[in-house]
Design a protein around this ligand. Structure first.
Ligand SMILES: [Zn+2]
Length: 427
């Protein structure tokens, strides 16, 4: 990214699954550095076992190997909660476009053609170890909508995981936090977890998964929850409330991890490498949006908000109110300004918004307009309406891309999908 102030140094553990001894030696020689820990498996089966036992940061995977072919290895890695999120680079002599496509479709992050030179191997390893990965464990607004018509984009309510150079932040605790917790606990391989969870607000769809977040039940783990302060009912009381015995069999206090709940103030604060800044959203109740920055990487998560520019003219029609509304929206524009990724409320179509004005959500046309105004690089359509099936979200996405093209801009638009993580390369 051009906005990077300095190129971060790659640090991490790499597992090389490769049957040819000379290639293993070559990789070991090229990647010999203090900041990289490289281990080897000599066939596919041994590779899967080694990865599951102690998940590395990156796997370099050959295709044609004894016991298990590389594709089978990739399939096994993606199917296991401990390794489903581990980045894989396929390293193969096979030069067919169909093989490269298949590897990427199966979840590889990159394909390195053999024979490779030292520079190309170092480059791909560097890229993989310094990239940011956003996983949308849930992107559905209001209520979960699982079923055959929402398979591709997914039906879980909001939960986004940001991983960057070994650090992790979780955004919201909708039903998507349940599978995330399963995956984290499996990948921890017995190690203690120190978890940071940012809550935007306490509407059900943003906290309902928390009682099912497995790492919170594991002694030795720490869960730091950050969220908006409310005078009538502090965040801790709300989280406790949804676990009262009328609603849930286990109380918050019975969760065996150390759980701390902190109010977010308006001053920026630090979580690991991230500087976190919050702003209030225009949504019923106390709702925050977040801007996370680390070494020039900027991710903004500003969902559950309704643009003043759309809402105010419906209360008091006229050019003045629209203009005043645009002024009020500047806080949101500033929060997401120049972001590499802006995860935005895009729940309604314009026609639906006309019927649901004042419900606290955005129509996707406004999401595009605000993202363009703020000069963001990638807009992620988020908070999908529970009534929208996969085909409907495809249409919404196509419409948004057409709007960007019509404006003569190059901003990338994607729709949050539980099946496809978003990788942001930093170099
Ligand atoms: Zn809400």
């Amino acid at each position: 990214m051009a906005t990077h102030t300095r190129a971060p140094e790659a640090v991490g553990r790499i597992l090389v699954i490769e049957d040819q001894p000379d290639i293993r030696q070559l990789i070991a020689a090229i990647l010999k550095a203090d900041n990289l820990e490289v281990s080897f498996a000599e066939d596919g089966e041994a590779g899967v076992l080694a990865a599951q036992k102690n998940p590395p940061d990156l796997i370099l995977l050959d295709l044609m190997m004894p016991k298990l072919h590389g594709y089978q290895v990739l399939q096994a890695l993606r199917a296991h909660p401990a390794t489903q999120g581990v980045s894989v680079v396929v390293v193969s002599a096979k030069a067919y476009a169909s093989d490269k496509r298949k590897a990427l479709e199966m979840g590889a992050s990159a394909y390195l053609q053999k024979p490779f030179n030292a520079k190309s191997l170092r480059e791909v390893v560097d890229q993989q170890l310094t990239k940011a990965v956003l996983t949308f464990w849930g992107g559905r607004g209001s209520i979960a909508a699982p079923g055959p018509t929402t398979l591709r984009y997914g039906g879980n309510t909001p939960c986004v995981e940001l991983r960057y150079r070994g650090a992790q932040i979780i955004l919201d605790a909708g039903t998507g936090i349940r599978p995330l917790g399963v995956s984290m606990q499996a990948a921890a391989a017995g190690k203690r977890l120190d978890i940071n969870l940012l809550i935007t607000h306490t509407h059900w769809d943003h906290i309902q998964g928390f009682p099912f977040f497995t790492p919170a039940f594991v002694p030795g783990n720490t869960v730091n929850v950050f969220g908006p302060h409310s005078t009538e009912k502090p965040l801790e009381k709300v989280l406790r409330g949804q676990m009262d015995h009328e609603y849930f069999p286990v109380a918050l206090g019975d969760m065996a991890a150390k759980i701390t709940v902190r109010d977010v103030a308006m001053e920026p604060f630090q979580i690991g490498p991230f500087t976190v800044r919050a702003a209030y959203m225009n949504h019923p109740g106390m709702t925050l949006g977040y801007r996370l920055e680390a070494e020039g990487l900027v991710v903004a998560y500003a969902t559950d908000t309704e643009p003043f520019r759309a809402l105010l003219p419906t209360v008091d029609p006229g050019e003045d109110t629209a203009e005043f509304g645009r002024g009020q929206d500047q806080e949101l524009v500033q929060l997401v300004r120049d972001a590499d990724v802006y995860i935005a409320d895009a729940q309604y179509s314009p026609e639906e918004y006309a019927k649901k004005t004042g419900w606290g959500h955005t129509n996707y046309v406004d999401a595009v307009i605000i993202a363009l105004e703020a000069n963001v690089k990638r807009l992620v359509l988020f908070s999908h309406d529970p009534m929208h099936n996969d085909a409907e979200i495809d249409r919404k996405l196509a419409h948004c891309r057409a709007l960007v093209a019509a404006a003569g801009k190059t901003m990338e638009v994607i729709a949050a999908s539980e099946s496809v993580p978003l990788e942001v390369l930093s170099k």
